[in-house]
Write a protein that binds this ligand. Sequence first.
Ligand code: GDP
Ligand code: GDP
Length: 435
Amino acid sequence: MANLVAIVGRPNVGKSTLFNRLVGHRQAIMDNESGVTRDRHYGHSEWIGKYFTVVDTGGYVVGSEDVFEGAIREQVQIALDEATVVLFVVDVDAGMTGLDEEFAQVLRQTDKPVLLVANKADTTDRHHMMGEFYALGMGDPYPISAQNGAGTGDLLDQVVSYFQSPGEEDPDEGVPRIAILGRPNVGKSSLVNVLLGQERNIVTDIAGTTRDAVDARYKAYGKDFILTDTAGLRRKSRVKENIEFYSVMRSLRALEDSDVCVIVLDATRGIEAQDVNIIFLAAKNRKGLVILVNKWDLVEKDTNTARDFERAIQARLEPMDYIPVLFVSALTKQRIFQAMEKAIEVYENMSKRIPTSELNEKILPEIEKTPPPTSKGKYIRIKYMTQLPTKTPSFAFFCNLPQYVKEPYQRFLENKIRQNFDFTGVPINIFFRKK
Ligand code: GDP
Ligand code: GDP
């Protein structure tokens, strides 16, 4: 049983700050204008040799009071269902509010350990301010400052004392994270539903906040992967304003957190500017990429339709030409599973390592045949190359005058690498170094 620590509390008490402190890096979207959607927030952490997963259940969109009641219930429910320990965060600076009391009322009904965390106790002279929270009936508050870290050690000592097992170091380590991205209405939800519907082997289903942003870990088709579903935001969100903004934010977050981005297009609309933007952004972030042309069932086809469609896409993405394109239909379930297999294959391509000898054997003759053009009357000699031990496949070419190699030749080398080794869907880096 994995150890799971859930952070609950009303908005602005510092839940996401605490989450970031525990998990060690920025993961939540910070925004002080309350009413912000934050998507999945779970991350892994360790304290004195015990490993645990932290879930920030907050960050729900909070618009009005009536929405809030539902939000509390949902948040607390997730916490109670899944958590080993619940951290109930309050704000000593703001003092106690009615919402704190509402949270407490629900939390008092659980038999899971709930620790009352008095946040924003940045200095010890702020500790006296936490006295009023005894009235919540949740036991002694733990004064902490999520911002500067004060008190978090004592809190964590207490947290880990509830764990039955040391936990797993990182249960998701090495598991491909696949994000399904695309404009509204291209069929993202439908695709995910096909996957969810047919494949019931969901190992974990950690709902960070609400049902609309779900990370699910699948063991399917002999593969293990985590799917980040950014779909369904518009419909399920209860706040109308700024949805576009937050849906973009959410997509960006999913993009950043993923290994492979599956970009869904609508076959009846072709590739549009927004699609191109997100593809370039993913490539710039060195993510693996797969393009799915969905709603293929709606297209009247002859023998060349797919080829022409693919060419039209490639033309928009030039000079990027390494992204696999699959024609799928969520409606008829055509090629959906091949699509996921392709995404996993792209992930595997990302971690591919070509031995230096093999690389030189294949690429040096190409360089001899087509050497770099002279630049300012100087000859550029590439002596050998090697793949660097980086996450994104990167190749260093050692030569006499690295600064004189121009971009077209760099592209030539990239093409030669791609022709000789399968890096489908994967961006690669090329560097020139002095030798
Ligand atoms: P959430 O809505 O509960 O997730 O709250 P946030 O983590 O977004 O924090 C709300 C505000 O409180 C932000 O401006 C934080 O910088 C601030 N904050 C969070 N923790 C602390 C703290 O320990 N001390 C102080 N002074 N401010 C904090
Ligand atoms: P999302 O906004 O990207 O999540 O898109 P949805 O999954 O909600 O789909 C938008 C609309 O397209 C819905 O009416 C779906 O039924 C429809 N749709 C999705 N996939 C397909 C498909 O493969 N073929 C057809 N004909 N319709 C589809």
